[in-house]
Design a protein around this ligand. Sequence first.
Ligand SMILES: [Zn+2]
Ligand SMILES: [Zn+2]
Length: 412
Amino acid sequence: MTVDRESFIKSKFREFYESSSSMVEAPPSIEMREFGFLLFKDRVMVRHKGFRDVESLRSFLRQIVPLHAYYSAAYYAAPEEPMERKGWVGADLYFDIDADHIPTPCQKVHDVWVCRGCGFKGRGTPPERCPLCSQRRFEEKTWPCEVCLEAAKRETMKLVDILLKDFGFSQDEIKVSFSGHRGYHVHIEKDEIKDLDSAARKEIVDYITGTGLDAKFHGLEAAGEGSRVLVGPHLGDSGWRGRIARGVYDLLLKADGEHLEELGLRRNVVKTIVENREVIIRSWESGGPWGLIRGVGLESWKAIIRKGVEAQAAKIDTVVTTDIHRLIRLENTLHGKTGLLKVGFPTDKIEDFDPFKDAVAFKRGEVTVFIEEAPEFRIWEETYGPFKGEKAELPVAAALLLLCKGMAEVAQ
Ligand SMILES: [Zn+2]
Ligand SMILES: [Zn+2]
């Protein structure tokens, strides 16, 4: 990063923390949390910081102006001590949904990787090994694209639905936030979940991702002893029963023959399903299609169900939830990769949340930048780019996004 770019970003981040650090609120039991900050200078991580009150946290932010600011989902007896002497007391339940874990067709267009060994470049997700020098280390440049963020939002909505309906958390116990980059966080601070260990959290993860789910424990069975007729879950059933039924319903409603063959179904099974689609769809009103069609047996249904479960499960980053020492980005602080804010909002506002409007931190001023290459993007109602090797005068928020992404330089 050139000095100009770095110092411009830092000056803007400083302006923000000087005027808006009062937006940063203390997490509950602030005195039991560990804080961590990634500094501009040499990208050093300062960890094991503790604060007694929110004012000292805010003044620290104004003083150091971090590129990223984090706090622990965990509560510790002594948060400033080294890890082994902190005294873990409990942790909030955290979920991370990141576009990196959701396959979208546009990733091949806007994401770039560079081999750290030889500099070989490619688009999309990096391969296991570099095709030229077979090293495994890559620098990845991902883009907070609207399509990818919308996909992450859909996953977040599925997760919140599971937490509300299957786990019984209430709306106001579930906190949702935009990460400031490529995803969303969902977070629960209730006493009942605080002392769950990693293994218990793994079970929650498995439930949400539908891992190891077998439909035979969710109502898919023979209609009677020795019967070849199947019965199965209904659309309105609660828990995974209903989710299985709805997943299968959606799949049968939309999938064409080609999609069904990809599930590994035999050709005559696919033909039977496609020919009877109308009958199958109508049959849900009277309990579902499970036993309806001759020639679609248990194994075929299982393959269809697997796909239906995949569509109903929420694609969370499983590691974040099971890590009981995780550092989490602090709300209302800036994301160093975008200059956007991490912001929270109520669960019933997810649908309407617009990251390129609601997470914009810099609302005034313009700056001229030289843009190497950047895809088209939007800030508020205005779209910018695509750019290639050109100068442009942009609002500060738009320019910062490109500068933070390393796609532009401040023009002289
Ligand atoms: Zn290489
Ligand atoms: Zn995308």
